[in-house]
Design a protein around this ligand. Structure first.
Ligand SMILES: C[S@@+](CC[C@H](N)C(=O)[O-])C[C@H]1O[C@@H](n2cnc3c(N)ncnc32)[C@H](O)[C@@H]1O
Length: 258
């Protein structure tokens, strides 16, 4: 993968651009690139851009689909909430989203009240998440949700392995970018198509699953396309089928239910 540079299009935000470059080890360029993919900081937000066929890709917790999910989401009955074990749970679990991506699953779980740590190893995705989180913290309609979310820029396998006992999460959520079967489904979405170019496939999901099972106190949830192969290695203890998505559950301990 070639490194994705960051271009600041808004002179008033050069300091913010520098902070992002330092935090995520990104290379800042003075001119807007003319090919490939690049991050661009404008007056409003950080975006992943390309000269190719699709438009800007960015993480968003305030407007658009995130607003819709916040206002019309299916509550604790929706598949992802059931998969994490929220239905009937007395206490909300602390969740580590080990493959944070653009943070959509993390945001749903934080909206439902969970404390969520988003772990993301790609500097591009992590920078997009940091920018979205900052905007969500500034907006009064999302501040309380964003306050339940934190971001760690790391490889989850190492990050989970290094957790002290007292900081082990109840649930680890895993949604890797798999090669083969789900490539077509992923390519259908422009943001995942851009991710495929910039980040590539996650070839080490089996190691990540092992680290997740060792770290989670209650369960590990793996999100897969409905017909995708399970992550190699361990057979799930249960499977929750959705319309286009399936959740493979690796249950370590049943959540205390009320
Ligand atoms: C399919 S995307 C996740 C999408 C996410 N669930 C969402 O709602 O936006 C997979 C992401 O996981 C990240 N990832 C994969 N393996 C990882 C690991 N071991 N540690 C940290 N991040 C990882 C990739 O960089 C990519 O951004």
């Amino acid at each position: 993968m070639t490194a994705t540079p960051l271009y600041c299009a808004e002179p008033a935000r050069l300091d913010a651009a520098l902070r992002l470059c330092e935090r995520f080890s990104l290379l800042q360029v003075k001119k807007r690139p003319t090919d490939g993919y690049w991050l661009e900081l404008n007056g409003e937000r950080l975006e992943l851009l390309t000269t190719g066929k699709h438009g800007a890709v960015y993480a968003e917790f305030v407007e658009g689909a995130a607003r819709h999910r916040r206002e019309q989401g299916g509550g604790r009955g929706q598949p992802v909430a059931k998969a994490v074990g929220l239905k009937g749970a007395k206490e909300l679990p602390y969740v580590v989203d080990a493959t944070a991506g653009l943070g959509r699953d993390s945001f749903v779980l934080a909206t439902l009240g969970c404390r969520v740590t988003m772990v993301e190893r790609s500097p591009v995705a992590a920078a997009l998440l940091a920018d979205a989180l900052e905007r969500a913290l500034r907006d009064e309609t999302t501040r309380d949700i964003a306050e339940r979310m934190t971001l760690a820029h790391a490889n989850s396998r190492d990050w989970l392995a290094g957790l002290p006992e007292a900081q082990r999460p109840d649930v680890v959520f895993v949604d890797p970018m798999f090669p083969d079967t789900d490539k077509k489904a992923a390519a259908a979405k422009k943001d995942m198509q851009a991710f495929q170019h910039v980040i590539g496939d996650d070839m080490d999901s089996a190691e990540l699953l092992a680290a997740a099972i060792a770290a989670a106190k209650v369960r590990v949830v793996v999100k897969r396309p409905r017909l995708g192969a399970p992550i190699a290695g361990v057979k799930p203890s249960a499977v929750l089928d959705g319309k286009s998505t399936r959740f493979d559950l690796y249950v370590i301990k049943a959540l205390a239910s009320g």
